[in-house]
Design a protein. Structure first.
Length: 106
């Protein structure tokens, strides 16, 4: 699943990932993979609410945000993708929020 996150390059791919993340089993597998890769998120790396809102206000903004995070370290890119999905996908939001609480430190 980590590789799927790293390959996200379009709004369509992000939308497809959001559908997969509606399943708690997928989030559990993601957490296991993150643990095996020694990946955790830091609270300081989260986008503030106003930045997240600007970057997810419409498809063009999401497309720019996806392009803008391509050079970020893998952990931050993954976090920002999860934040975007949580913001734009009501069906995945609750599960992602619970997931983020389990894997975020600081």
């Amino acid at each position: 699943m980590f590789d799927t996150f790293m390959a996200i390059g379009s709004v369509e791919a992000l939308d497809s990932l959001s559908v997969n993340l509606m399943d708690e089993d997928a989030l559990r597998k993601l957490q296991e993979e993150m643990a095996s890769r020694d990946i955790a998120f830091l609270r300081a790396d989260y986008w503030p609410a106003d930045v997240l809102a600007r970057r997810t206000k419409n498809s063009a903004a999401i497309k720019r945000a996806i392009g803008g995070i391509q050079e970020e370290p893998a952990e931050q890119r993954m976090l920002h993708l999860l934040q975007m999905i949580s913001s734009i996908s009501p069906g995945a939001s609750d599960g992602i929020q619970r997931f983020l609480r389990r894997v975020t430190f600081g």
